[in-house]
Design a protein around this ligand. Structure first.
Ligand SMILES: O=C(NO)c1ccc(Cn2ccc3ccc(C(=O)NO)cc32)cc1
Ligand SMILES: [Zn+2]
Length: 680
C-alpha cells in the first residue's frame, strides 16, 4: 500500500503576470502561489511531504487535448512585445499573455503529469500540485478564464494512455464551471466530470446554458457529466457537504474510479471576491477526506482558482494536511443546507436518475407533473441563501475577512495525538507487519485497576468475570481515547453489547456531550438515549421487536446480499448525513454477533466517519474474524478502503426503508434533506 504525499511547487510559475490594466484579470496574481507555499511552510507541512519537481509538459502531451493551432499560437507569444501580447490576449475571454506565460503553462501541465506519475507508480499515495496559470476553462482550441492549457484534462488523457486507465473521476470544486473540461470529456464515459459552480440562473460568468444541471453528457458520455449549479451566493459548509452526500459520492462510488483528479479551485471558499460563498477552509479537509476513500486513495489535487490570498492559503493547508492523514478539524456552522442548494441537488439527481442505479431514493414524482424545466427554476431572487453570514463578505470585507479568518483558524482545534490507533493484543496470527506502523498494542488492565474503574454504576451491566476481563480492554482503550493519548482504538469483546453499554456510560461520565454509536449485528442492550447525548444507529438483520426508530435511536434492517455490497448507498445517503448533522465528539463502532454487513461496508463506515469527532473512534469487535479485525485496523489507521467486490444497488424494499426513515428524520437531521417537496 503506497504511502506519502507529494507536493509540487516551482517558483518559476510565479513569473506569469498581467502587464497592463485589466480589472477582470488583475486578481490572478503570482502571490497566489507564493502565499500558499509560504503558509504550508508556516504550518510545517512542506517538510512532511515528498517534494516532486515540476517539468515542462511536452508538446506531444499538450496535443493530447489541444489543437496544434492552439499550441502554436501559445508558443508564438514568447517573442512578443507588450502591445502584441495585449492584442492576442484580446482574442480570448478573460485571458492575458506575458512573455513567460507559455513556459509557465507548460510547467503547470508538467507538474500535473509529474503528480500523476508519482501516484500511479506508487512512489506516493496522493499529492498536490500548486500551479498557475490554471486550466479548467481552456478548451481544445482556445484559452479562457485565465487558463491556457487544461492541466487536469491533459493529466486524465495522459493517465489513460500511459497507465491504461478506464475510469477517471475529475472533481472540480472551483466556484466557476470548468466548461473547458466539460467540452473535452462530454462524450467520454471513461471520465466522470463533476463540477459545482456559482450560476445564478445563468447570470454568472461564463453564463452558459450548458453549465446547468441538465447537461448530463452526450452520446456514450451521457450520465458522465455532472453539473451542480449554485443559484445563490453565500453557500456554506453544509451545502457543500450535502452536495457530496447526495450527488457526488453515490455516483463516484458506483463509478468506482481507478484514479481521482481534483480541479482544486478555492474561490469557492469564504472571502473570495469571485465566489462570494461562505464555506470555511476546514470544509476542504472533509471533501478531500471523502475522495481519499476512492481509488485506493490515489488522489491528485491540482490548483485552479482562488483569489483571496489568506482564504486560499488556509484552504490549501487544510487540503494538504488531510492528504497527510492528519485527523480532521470539526466543520463549523449549522448543519442544514439552504433551500436553494437542496433545489439544485434535487434537480441534478433527477436529471441523472436514468443513468445511475444508486440515485434511487429520489422521489422525482413532482418532476413528471411539470411541463418544462422552467417550472423547476424558482424566481431569480438574488439575495444570498443565508443573509446573516453573507455580510462577512461585503464590499469592505477584505480586512474583516482577514480578522474573521485569523480568529476562525485559531479556533480550529487540530487534534494531533502521538499515536493514531491503539488496539488490544491481537491474535498471534495477525501478521504484525501487515498493520500500519503506528498501531500501538495496549497492555491489558490489571484486575484491581479494572475493578476501580468499573465502579458500581457499571456493576449492573457486568456479569461473569469473563465479561469483566474484556471490559478491561474496551475501557483501557476508551480511556486512552478520552484522555487524547490516542485517536482511535480497537477492543475485542465476547459481549459487544455489554462493552458498548459500559463504554457509552463511561464516556458520558467522562463529560462527552454527543456520542454516536453504530451497532452492527444483534444486540439486546440499548441504553436510554432520551437526553440526546447518545445517538444509536443499529444495523441488524431482523426487525427489532418493540423499539421503532426515533430521533436518537435509528434501526436499519439491512442484510447485505451474498454477491455484493449494497450498503454503500445507505452509508452515503443516510448514515453520513445523520452523523454530520449530529456532530458527535466520540464515535463507537460495534460489531456484534450475526453481523449483517460485509467487511467493506463496515470499513467504509469507519473510513467516511473518520472526518467526525476529530477522528476519535472506538471499535468494539465481538466477531473474531481476523479479516474483519485487520480491515477495521487498516480503516482506523487511515489506509484507504480496500476494494471489495462489485457494488450492487439496493433492492427497492431497502430503498423504501431509507426513504421512510429519511422522511421521518429529516426535520431532526437536516443533512438528510435532498428534495424540496418533502422538505416542506
Ligand atoms: O477563477 C476563475 N475560474 O476558475 C475565473 C475567475 C474570473 C474570471 C473572469 N470573470 C469573472 C467574472 C466575470 C465577468 C465577466 C467576464 C468577462 O466578460 N470576460 O470577458 C469575466 C469574468 C474567469 C475565471
Ligand atoms: Zn474559479
Amino acid at each position: 500500500m503506497a504511502s506519502g504525499t507529494a507536493l509540487i511547487y516551482d517558483e518559476a510559475m510565479t513569473r506569469h503576470k498581467l502587464l497592463w490594466n485589466d480589472p477582470i484579470c488583475d486578481i490572478e496574481v503570482p502571490e497566489r502561489l507564493s502565499a500558499s507555499y509560504e503558509q504550508l511552510q508556516c504550518y510545517h507541512l512542506v517538510e512532511r511531504c515528498i517534494p516532486v519537481p515540476a517539468r515542462e509538459g511536452s508538446e506531444e502531451e499538450i496535443l493530447l487535448v489541444h489543437s496544434s493551432e492552439h499550441l502554436e499560437a501559445a508558443k508564438s507569444t514568447q517573442a512578443m512585445n507588450e502591445e502584441e501580447l495585449k492584442r492576442i490576449s484580446g482574442n480570448y475571454d478573460s485571458f492575458f499573455f506575458h512573455p513567460n506565460t507559455y513556459h509557465c503553462a507548460r510547467l503547470a501541465v508538467g507538474a500535473a503529469l509529474q503528480l500523476v506519475d508519482s501516484v500511479m507508480s506508487g512512489k506516493v499515495c496522493n499529492g498536490m500540485a500548486l500551479v498557475r496559470p490554471p486550466g479548467h476553462h481552456s478548451q481544445r482550441n482556445a484559452a479562457n478564464g485565465f487558463c491556457l492549457f487544461n492541466n487536469v484534462a491533459i493529466a486524465a488523457e495522459y493517465a489513460k494512455l500511459k497507465y491504461g486507465l478506464q475510469r477517471i473521476l475529475i472533481v472540480d470544486w472551483d466556484v466557476h464551471h470548468g466548461q473547458g473540461t466539460q467540452y473535452i470529456f462530454e462524450e467520454d464515459p471513461s471520465v466522470l466530470y463533476f463540477s459545482w459552480h456559482r450560476y445564478e440562473h445563468q447570470e454568472f460568468w461564463p453564463s452558459l446554458k450548458e453549465s446547468d444541471y441538465d447537461a448530463v453528457g452526450l452520446g456514450k458520455g451521457k450520465g458522465f457529466n455532472i453539473n451542480l449549479p449554485w443559484n445563490k451566493v453565500g453557500m456554506g459548509n453544509s451545502d457543500y457537504l450535502a452536495a457530496f452526500f447526495h450527488v457526488l459520492l453515490p455516483m463516484a462510488f458506483e463509478f468506482d474510479p481507478e484514479l481521482v483528479l481534483v480541479s482544486s479551485g478555492y474561490d469557492s471558499g469564504i472571502g473570495d471576491p469571485e465566489g462570494q460563498m461562505n464555506a470555511t477552509p476546514e470544509v476542504f479537509a472533509h471533501l478531500t477526506h471523502f475522495l481519499m476513500q476512492l481509488a485506493h486513495g490515489k488522489l491528485c489535487v491540482i490548483l485552479e482558482g482562488g483569489y483571496h490570498l489568506r482564504s486560499l492559503s488556509e484552504s490549501v493547508c487544510m487540503t494538504v494536511r488531510t492528504l497527510l492523514r492528519d485527523p480532521l478539524p470539526q466543520v463549523t456552522g449549522e448543519m442544514a443546507p439552504c433551500l436553494s442548494a437542496i433545489e439544485s441537488i434535487q434537480n441534478v439527481r433527477a436529471a441523472h436518475k436514468p443513468y445511475w442505479k444508486w440515485l434511487t431514493y429520489e422521489d422525482t414524482s413532482f418532476l413528471h407533473n411539470l411541463s418544462t424545466k422552467s417550472d423547476l427554476v424558482k424566481t431569480a431572487d438574488t439575495n444570498p441563501c443565508r443573509d446573516d453570514e453573507a455580510k462577512i463578505t461585503d464590499s469592505n470585507g477584505t480586512d474583516r475577512i482577514e480578522r474573521f479568518l485569523e480568529l476562525h483558524m485559531k479556533n480550529i482545534v487540530f487534534p494531533v495525538p502521538p499515536i493514531k490507533t491503539a488496539t488490544t493484543e491481537l491474535k498471534a496470527s495477525a501478521d504484525p507487519n501487515t498493520f500500519p506502523v503506528h498501531l500501538h498494542v495496549v497492555k491489558e488492565m490489571d484486575k484491581n485497576e479494572l475493578e476501580a474503574l468499573v465502579s458500581d454504576f457499571h456493576a449492573d451491566l457486568v456479569e461473569a468475570n469473563k465479561t469483566l476481563l474484556f471490559l478491561g480492554s474496551t475501557l483501557t482503550i476508551l480511556d486512552k481515547i478520552l484522555k487524547k493519548e490516542v485517536c482511535s482504538g480497537i477492543a475485542e469483546s465476547p459481549a459487544a453489547s455489554a462493552s458498548v453499554a459500559v463504554a457509552l456510560r463511561h464516556s458520558l461520565h467522562f463529560g462527552f456531550q454527543r456520542v454516536l454509536c453504530i451497532f452492527v449485528g444483534d444486540t439486546d442492550i440499548m441504553p436510554s438515549t432520551e437526553d440526546g447525548k447518545i445517538l444509536i444507529i443499529h444495523v441488524c438483520k431482523k426487525e427489532q421487536t418493540g423499539k421503532s426508530s426515533s430521533k436518537h435511536y435509528v434501526v436499519l434492517n439491512w442484510k447485505e446480499d451474498a454477491d455484493g455490497n449494497d450498503f454503500f448507498s445507505a452509508v452515503l445517503g443516510f448514515i453520513l448525513p445523520v452523523a454530520y448533522s449530529y456532530q458527535p465528539n466520540l464515535i463507537i463502532i460495534a460489531v456484534g454477533a450475526n453481523r449483517s454487513l460485509g467487511i467493506s461496508g463496515i470499513s467504509l463506515i469507519i473510513g467516511l466517519l473518520q472526518g467526525l469527532a476529530e477522528s476519535r473512534i472506538l471499535a468494539v469487535i465481538e466477531d473474531t474474524d481476523i479479516n474483519l479485525m485487520q480491515s477495521v485496523a487498516k480503516a482506523l489507521a487511515g489506509a484507504s478502503m480496500p476494494h471489495f467486490g462489485v457494488h450492487v444497488p439496493p433492492t427497492q424494499e431497502k430503498v423504501n426503508q431509507i426513504k421512510k426513515l429519511r422522511n421521518q428524520l429529516q426535520q431532526d437531521w437536516k443533512m438528510l434533506q435532498c428534495s424540496v417537496n418533502d422538505g416542506i
